[in-house]
Design a protein around this ligand. Structure first.
Ligand SMILES: COC(=O)COc1cccc(COC(=O)c2cn[nH]c2)c1
Length: 243
């Protein structure tokens, strides 16, 4: 997978080159190119923003600069790209989104700042047949899209074959069965007088699976009842409902 990021703060994306993702890049499982938006300005001040029509606080990112940047970065007709714009006003980014994007050949991320990018940049891209996804990673406002890109790239890249050491991890992710993951334990058996639940120290794998499912249902009911509602009626069997 090829990932391009356009931003006025390229160094914000440096963490992508660390640790697991860095190794995936070194192994050629992933290609990441970060572009400085200011490379497409032509004035001495390298201006990327201007005052908003209609007034109001803050500044808006200029269409000319973004237009030229995306013309260059998206200019790969042989490799259809998806343009992703992180924004508080976007559709929710979920594990399902991550799985869908993991199948893409190419993702291009546009990092907005200030009050956002002039809307015509997205209209123009869509008019040219580019798929444009405006996505939110949560209901809060960041200063710019860069951190959201780090979140989304990590969520997608870990699903790519060969990136995670243990592929079962991705398959058994939280949300993979629609529930939150329950508690985990490792050695020692007792720590600060707190013991690991007996069932986990036994060898009864059916009982362990039942216990883990019960803890996941309990936690999901408590913290994310919306996820339970989203599950189909037949997703929970009688034993689940009794949990
Ligand atoms: C068309 O879209 C744009 O212009 C985007 O512009 C902006 C402006 C400010 C901040 C951001 C970063 O995204 C978030 O804050 C965000 C994403 N998820 N949850 C919060 C993006």
């Amino acid at each position: 997978m090829r990932i391009d990021v356009v931003t006025i703060f390229p160094s914000y994306l440096q963490p992508l080159r660390e640790a697991l993702l860095g190794r995936a890049i070194d192994r050629g499982l992933l290609e990441v190119a970060v572009h400085d938006l200011r490379d497409w300005t032509h004035d001495v001040h390298q201006a990327v923003d201007d005052s908003p029509y209609g007034g109001g606080p803050g500044m808006v990112m200029r269409p000319q600069v973004w237009g030229e940047a995306l013309d260059d970065v998206l200019a790969t007709p042989d490799l259809p790209a998806r343009l992703v714009v992180p924004t508080p006003a976007g559709r929710p980014f979920t594990q399902a989104t991550a799985h869908a994007w993991a199948a893409e050949e190419r993702l291009v991320f546009a990092c907005g700042r200030y009050e956002g990018i002039d809307e015509r940049v997205l209209l123009d891209a869509r008019a040219r047949g580019i798929t444009v996804d405006e996505v939110s990673i949560g209901d809060y406002v960041l200063v710019g899209g860069e951190v959201a890109v780090l979140v989304m790239v990590e969520a997608v890249a870990r699903l790519l074959p060969g990136v995670l050491g243990n592929p079962r991890s991705a398959a058994e992710d939280s949300f993979s069965d629609g529930l939150l993951e329950g508690p985990s334990y490792t050695r020692p058996e007792v720590w600060r007088e707190l013991a690991v639940p007996d069932v986990l120290r036994g060898g009864n794998h059916a009982a362990i699976a039942r216990w883990r499912r019960d803890r996941a249902l309990e936690r999901t009911r408590d913290r994310r009842p919306d996820l339970l509602d989203a599950l189909g009626p037949d997703a929970l069997d009688a034993a689940d409902r009794a949990a």
